[in-house]
Ligand binder design. Sequence first.
Ligand code: B12
Ligand code: SF4
Length: 511
Amino acid sequence: MPTDTERHETVDVVLVNPPSSPEQEFGLLSAAGAPRPPLNLLNLGAVLIEHGYTVKIVDGAAHRLDADAMVETIVAAAPRFVGFTSMTAFIHTSGATAAGLKTRLPNVPIIIGGIHVSTLPEETMDLFPAFDFGVVGEGDVTIVELLQALEQDRDPADVAGLMIRTPDGPRRTTPREPVEDLDVLPLPAWHLLPDYVTTYQPTASRRTRLPSAYIVTSRGCPFKCTFCNNVVHGRRFRSYSVDYIMSMVTFLVREYGIRDLTIYDENLALQRKRIDELCRRLKESQLDLTWSCDARADCIDDELAALMYEAGCRAIWFGMESGNADVLKRYRKALNLEDLEQATRLCKKHGINACGSFIIAGPTETPATIKDTIRFAKRIPLAHFVPIFYTPVPGTSDYPQIAEHGSADLNYRSATMTRVTFVPDGMTVGSVYYWYVRAMLSWYGRPRVLWQFVRHVGPLGLARTGMSFLWQGCKAILGAAVGRRKLPRAAPSTPSQIESNVESSRPRRAA
Ligand code: B12
Ligand code: SF4
């Protein structure tokens, strides 16, 4: 017989965020990283609760659980259904955790959703037999219909947006259309992460005050950058209404005393009318919130920057990608260097921190183009500079031709964007790490910037992050150089059966 505590824990559905480590998520900057919430599971949890299910989230990433601890925690909740979310980098861990779970709860259906299975549905079902169902695309409607079909003994083949198992192998059901009107969805179920305002606080570069909350207010992006995967949400931009966003924000302020928001939309400013209205409502609301967001540089003009500042915006993150015009063009970013510079100047004029993320060592890059990026990032008025290793991931237009431009580690485990997984022709793994470290030191090593950081995170914070970065950076450069680490020409590097299956589906350099 279960004890009272066990009985109390029992739920209908456990939603799982797979384990990961600070090194995987933040790489050389792991000392500065902080746990971030699985926002998609808060959305899915809310829809399930609305339909009468009890739900628990097991967040292996934030709580640094290993696969065994994950299995124990999930088993203790005695769920009737389990749903994993997974990006590409965590698909193997998700598959392994699901396999462990299957031996303990053989009759509990296990569902996999998220960007990886949506991009490679057949392969995912082939590689990871513990997943009974795959959810392809947005899952808000599909998950409810699937659970209801299973409970009512109806055929899941009639539910759109699924990968199902048949005697002939995995099969797709009718495609699921993305949710057209996001306002029909319930508010995210923040209470499913009981430690929401203690565990999940953004790093100092992302927030202005504490406590801070992460939200997403739109889905879909009409652009076609060559390194970006938009498979789940597609090219059609859809957003919650401003009324909905205000109710979301007001709830967070009332329930959690939130004073700051990290708005994680891919481009908050895409629709001018919407961002204008949102800013006006935030300004009038007396909620006294500060916030940061991501936006494309070409969406920011003088009037909007002023309005965003008045509405509480204190930082805008721009995907700048490169300080070299040809490389930027190759990424099909549909932005030029003048757009990037102009946006940062407007932000500065209006008191908003402009922050830039840049890709290091993408296809066709050389040390000279990386130098252009460093010079550009130092010349424009940026408040933060974040270099990201170019990472080839399935579902992007670069991926099938990646071997034309260099060597690549296409092992899914490496797709965290925090380590070298691609080396353009003419460079080496060691030199890519070297240029990454040099870019960081060159940008952050300026006395004015260092002083800002001391004021922001204190001398101890700076020393801790700086020393850790230097130590890890030197280790990475030396390790790659001494071991003469090389990446294969677009072939995975580990020998297991799973990897060799993956290998067969990998792009190859043209003969
Ligand atoms: C917000 C965001 C985050 C947030 C929240 C992520 C989350 N788990 O919710 C934070 C900041 C935590 C984050 C972190 C990272 N992210 Co991120 N993130 C995004 C972003 C901009 C929007 C995603 C989002 O919230 N959309 C709204 C929600 C509702 O949609 P969703 O997550 O896709 O979920 C829907 C479906 O996928 C499906 N679904 C998802 N899971 C499940 C599970 C079940 C059971 C079911 C049924 C359905 C289902 O239903 C959901 C609702 O419709 C995307 C860009 C994009 N285009 O997707 C990048 C993106 C997903 N991130 C990416 C990456 C690489 C990362 C990091 C690895 C980066 C890093 N090193 O820090 C980390 C990993 C952290 C971790 N341990 O998981 C890549 C993934 C690439 C890939 N192929 O794997 C993307 C695509 C960005 C990009 N274009 O490269 N991210
Ligand atoms: S990088 Fe940004 S602008 Fe480009 S396709 Fe991805 S989300 Fe859209």
